[in-house]
Design a protein around this ligand. Sequence first.
Ligand SMILES: Nc1ncnc2c1ncn2[C@@H]1O[C@H](COP(=O)(O)OP(=O)(O)OP(=O)(O)O)[C@@H](O)[C@H]1O
Ligand SMILES: [Mg+2]
Length: 313
Amino acid sequence: MDGMISGSHNTGPISTQRSIPVVSMPVSNAARSISIEKRAQIIVLGNEKGGSGKSTAAMHLIVGLLRDGYTVGAIDLDARQATLGGYLASRIAFAAARNLPLPVPAALAVHRSEIDSRAEAEAEETARFQAALATLSATCEIVVIDCPGSDSFLSRLGHSYADTLVTPINDSFVDFAMLAKVDPENHDVIQPSIYSEMVWEARKKRFSRDRGRIDWLVMRNRLGASEARNKRDVGSTLDALAKRIGFRTVKGFGERVIFRELYLQGLTLMDVREANIGISLGMSHIAARAEVRSLIGAIRKPPPAMEPAAAVE
Ligand SMILES: Nc1ncnc2c1ncn2[C@@H]1O[C@H](COP(=O)(O)OP(=O)(O)OP(=O)(O)O)[C@@H](O)[C@H]1O
Ligand SMILES: [Mg+2]
């Protein structure tokens, strides 16, 4: 596997600079032939709608799972925006500056190919993705993959490897339109739309590759910001669609400042006590932590191989 992530972008193990190691250079034939023998459980955060909370949910899931004692890997498929990569780099820098033993995942970013030929670009991106997955699967029980908020070959590929797909949607019919076309009069679901069709394709691809199934969880995000009737209507329309296209709805995250205010320090609300940054845990933080816990609990997974060393929350 040596040399698989090669070239000037290869920074080796995750470092304190504001980027995480990338799989962006041509992948050797040896790496192409690596089969993913030991495969971690894969959780994909996806939605073609931008800004729905994928990276925020990914960060909180990663830290929550680490604190539960899982060995966790992270793949940023949105390497251009690099929200997850930037967050993890800040986390490492913060922990180093304060000498804090904050848990961090093994992390890789997979860049898009720059080859003009579409077929060759897709082959290169497939090889990079599989190489990253093989690297992290060797040491991690769970790999969390953050996808871009737009359709791309890498995003579709990532989806097709999911054991669990988590789709956050903002609590509005604007975001709902990615999942289904809805009758404006009575809010009946008329037909699935582009993102649901993409997930259907990913499910077929996954099944034909290894007979695996994708457990799809849709999570409403930023609850509380919208007015009560819209919230109720989105909820009941979502329940109707869940049965029709095969996902589970899970309790989502409320609209809470804490979900965004710790980003620059690379922290989550599961770190505030340990990080000792002068934030006292109020009711809103406790509720937010329960929301993250509930998402983690909804993901079907075996218990961690090792007991958590110290459950500091
Ligand atoms: N529950 C929440 N409460 C408050 N702010 C939130 C919440 N969830 C997400 N945000 C904020 O909304 C913005 C978009 O979130 P995020 O970057 O996680 O979305 P995304 O789906 O990853 O976006 P993109 O499609 O651009 O990758 C960020 O500023 C984030 O801090
Ligand atoms: Mg994002």
